[in-house]
Design a binder for this molecule. Structure first.
Ligand SMILES: Nc1ncnc2c1ncn2[C@@H]1O[C@H](COP(=O)(O)OP(=O)(O)OP(=O)(O)O)[C@@H](O)[C@H]1O
Ligand SMILES: [Mg+2]
Length: 234
């Protein structure tokens, strides 16, 4: 069993990395091998080892067996800006095909659960012609949508789910992440999302302080992502 999912979100900074790390942690607790890819990361620190991105490092910490940074994050760009602009400034051209090839190198490791984290939302440009969605299409893998719970999220969630379906991909599930602890009528919003999104809810993650992948994992349901009989292998 080798399950692969593309993790997208209703926006940037709404919890894609947090939820992806939680899902990987939950899989590890079941004894499953895990891997992750952050194909393009804009917003990196210069270190002695090279450019390093917080998202990629958080995902790397939940990979078992360990995965080399360069495999996990093949394109690391320094400024925290739109990836196609950061790439152009670095003299690079991003393409869906090139990023898909990098993802395939991680898929070849054969982990039982591999998550690919996009950047921002579904239609973030890679170049003049292609978006992150083209990478997901090229990979042909189902999608997990992280919904950052705040005013306006129903619209963003439904538009994203429509775009995923229009692109011919399957929405495997969605996770509600409480990014706004003060959100008014949160339960009612959640009920509407449950009614209108065409996929199962994999969990509702509250605001967690201090945040850890283990604490997030406790709020997530893996059963629909992973066959229940597939656990406990090395
Ligand atoms: N449930 C939560 N409880 C507490 N803090 C959270 C929660 N979810 C996310 N955060 C915090 O919110 C910030 C954004 O989360 P995260 O980095 O996971 O978002 P993202 O969608 O992956 O962002 P990007 O678009 O930059 O990749 C982080 O600082 C993270 O620690
Ligand atoms: Mg992220």
């Amino acid at each position: 069993m080798s399950q692969r999912y593309f993790v997208t979100g209703t926006d940037t900074e709404i919890g894609k990395t947090t939820i992806a790390a939680g899902l990987l942690h939950a899989a590890r607790l079941r004894g499953l091998s895990t891997a992750a890819v952050k194909p393009v990361a804009a917003g990196c620190e210069t270190t002695v080892a090279g450019l390093r991105n917080d998202d990629a490092l958080a995902l790397q910490a939940e990979c078992n067996p360990q995965l080399d940074y360069e495999l996990l994050n093949p394109v690391a760009l320094a400024p925290p800006i739109a990836p196609h602009i950061a790439a152009r400034e670095a003299g690079l051209t991003l393409t869906a095909g090139q990023l898909a090839a990098a993802c395939s190198r991680v898929f070849e490791r054969g982990a039982q659960l591999t998550l690919v984290e996009g950047a921002g939302g579904w239609r973030v440009p890679l170049n003049d012609r292609q978006t992150l969605a083209d990478l997901a299409i090229e990979l042909g893998i189902p999608v997990i949508l992280v919904v950052g719970l705040r005013l306006g999220c129903i619209n963003h969630a439904l538009l994203t789910a429509e775009a995923i379906a229009a692109d011919g991909l399957r929405l495997a599930g969605w996770v509600a992440n409480q990014v706004d602890p003060q959100m008014d009528r949160q339960q009612h919003n959640l009920q509407t999302l449950r009614e209108l999104l065409p996929a199962p809810c994999l969990g509702v993650v509250p605001r967690i302080e201090p945040l850890s992948a283990a604490a997030v994992a406790a709020h997530l349901q893996l059963d629909t992502l992973i066959a229940p009989t597939s656990g406990m292998s090395s």
